[in-house]
Design a protein around this ligand. Sequence first.
Ligand code: AMP
Length: 133
Amino acid sequence: MSNCIFCKIVNSEIDAYIVGENKHAIAFLDVNPISNGHTLVIPKKHTCDLNTCDKESLMGVFQLVQDVSRNIEASKLKPWGINYLSNQGNTAGQEVLHFHVHIIPKYAKNKGFYFRADKDETDDLKYVQSLIK
Ligand code: AMP
């Protein structure tokens, strides 16, 4: 897509710090990193999110997530752990409408990215299961 910033990276129209690539996906450093090594993995073919992603691209993306994750773990960065994240939809915080998975190395318990989940009133699990299944 011509006005998509991530498509421009795929097409080498703008620079990025590329850290990995395969036939269907590319990985590059997030320009506003949460921590050292914060990487985005995207399909080369434009698609909005995980739900619209074709199977080949999806396989390529997650293979590359694993490859980059292993490289980060084996590197001198030496993270304590790694968080994987994908925001889907505006309310969930998706800013760039080209599917991407964040790889966010973790170096300390209360620094960088941390998952905070508020407990909420929910319908019973059996009912929710019936809605999804
Ligand atoms: P999200 O909120 O999940 O859509 O995240 C989009 C991410 O893309 C943000 O963390 C941005 O810092 C990052 N980003 C936006 N433009 C670029 C770019 N040109 N190169 C690298 N990362 C980018």
